[in-house]
Design a protein around this ligand. Sequence first.
Ligand code: COA
Length: 548
Amino acid sequence: MKILFLTHSFNSMAQRLYLELTALDHELSIEYDISDAVSLEAVDLYCPELIIAPFLKRAIPETIYQNHVCLIVHPGITGDRGPSALDWAILHDEPEWGVTVLQATAEMDAGPIWASVNFPMRAAAKGSLYRNEVIEAATRAVLEAVLKFASGSFVPEPPDPATARGQLRPAMRQQDRTIDWHNDSTATVLRKIRAADGFPGVLDATLDCYLFDAHLETDLKGSPGEIIARSQGMICRATVDGAVWIGHLKRPDGFKLPATQVLTTADLPEYPGRDIRYSEQGQIGYLHFDFYNGAMSTKQCERLRVAYLEATRRDTLVLVLMGGADFWSNGIHLNLIEAADSPADESWRNINAMNDLVQTILTTGSQLVIAALQGNAGAGGVFLALAADQVVARLGVVLNPHYKAMGNLYGSEYWTYLLPRRVGPVRAREITENRLPLTAKQAKQLGLLDDCFGTSHAEFLQGVTLLAESMALRAPELLAMKQAQRSKDELLKPLADYRAEELSRMKRNFYGFDPSYHVARYNFVCKVPNSRTPRHLALHRRIGSKAN
Ligand code: COA
């Protein structure tokens, strides 16, 4: 089937649905929802059999939905309507939520229903629910809706008011989100911040900042609203019955940054970091690094390298790199780079810190290393994973193993060694040039991953433990093979040469005449809306299509 996506951006939802549908041999073309005229032109050029809107911020033009079936992915249960579906569900502490695929009609979100899938809610930030439960449910609902559409016989019905739990809710305003520090319990404060994470945040009039990235603190206390401690970029704020950590802040005219970078907190007591954790089970060590949005700053790379080296000094046989629950890694920290006095210098420091980390993992002789991707990875974050001896991912993980989309960035992290050694030079070139995401299954077929398993996080962790135990049993033999291979590769071409070559290209990206990387980073960090759909996504705009 020819399917056109009308979407605000090629976000994680659009990527996952694109991958699932193309895997079923549907042909997909994408148009960003920039204006009615652009959407109309895309429909005219592509002549799709079906239109799907995975992530839309505006209504679909009438002439489009009157002449084509347009399926909207709404992150709400049957009957729910409005642009703040998940926000209200979190704020109201709904025990169950869902995704509904409905047909576009004149009334927003009120059209007949093609499919609906519910899930139990989890105490988590909106972005985390979106990237996990909502995307999983949307995948099932969209695949079901597409099958029904293909059957030609399914007639969608409007929601039955007698059974539908959902209702029309307005856009959530900052007044609805405001925290009353003198009355709201810790649980309410957490819910309010989580309902607004990663966008738009909760405006705090006293601090003149939007709040993001909230976590429970169990011991510290203070007078309500007071900032009482700091820890690796986070601030701790007292509530009426406890305290919460707040990781990120955004000034009304700025972009999201670690909280201590926005506020002056030098006088506060510093507590140990919570983002890097190590645990051990028998001869297996697990290193977790849960960095907000998977972005890894210079300092985070350095701290992680120190923690990694400490872990390698333990009496274990296998070391599992767990990343975070939501993201494995998205490479260098573009927001902190943007905020630096010299973004070029900070880019240079950050990529070198990443490279030091990758090199340390690559040359580990004392343990076998597994990269266990519970969440998505992008750009340098994917190549960081490839430094491990075994690379496995949870089913449902989406990888973006390319840098070019960020203003033609060449990339480093030893990718010119790590990628071809797994997939061969031809595929390595295709993967990096295509700038397309890959599902975990596709990545395994290409040889990028060793394996993928487990729908839920729990299933995945069980599988990872089994893998680590089986590797531990063969550790002496596997370690000897690993060392022999590394020595052979080093003789053929030293790691230092790969690094020097990559960095000479990166130097041009950072300091050269062409500012593309700096422009792309600014647009990304400041969330400048797309002005056009990249040609590699818009089949209908390629040379040779009806448009040309
Ligand atoms: N640095 C800082 N923030 C980053 C980041 C990075 N490297 N990668 C992602 N983020 C942030 C996004 O700004 C977004 O922030 P928000 O909470 O304010 O919305 C959040 O992480 C989620 O990213 P988003 O782009 O919405 O997720 P996605 O799943 O739709 O897309 C990627 C995933 C990886 C394709 C996309 O995030 C991306 O291109 N990241 C940049 C990768 C990169 O070029 N890294 C530098 C080179 S190593």
